[in-house]
Design a protein around this ligand. Structure first.
Ligand code: SF4
Length: 66
């Protein structure tokens, strides 16, 4: 299954803005602080929050296709 949200790990600077904006969708890697998509992320219910996270990411590392 292809997730409708992806993160470019090479671009992510670990700002945490996406986690602040949509904490049920995004989390940060314990090792380097880079963002990841939570395995239990309720993507269908959080589309608006994901859109806001895309807009707020300071380096444009989040892509949302739905
Ligand atoms: S907002 Fe962008 S740079 Fe910050 S942790 Fe999330 S994906 Fe990484």
């Amino acid at each position: 299954m292809t997730l409708p949200v992806t993160i470019d790990a090479d671009r992510c600077i670990g700002s945490g803005m996406c986690v602040t904006t949509a904490p049920t969708v995004f989390d940060q890697n314990d090792e380097d602080g880079r963002a990841l998509i939570r395995s239990d992320a309720p993507l269908d219910r959080e589309r608006e929050a994901v859109r806001q996270a895309v807009a707020r990411c300071p380096v444009g590392a989040i892509q949302a296709t739905a």
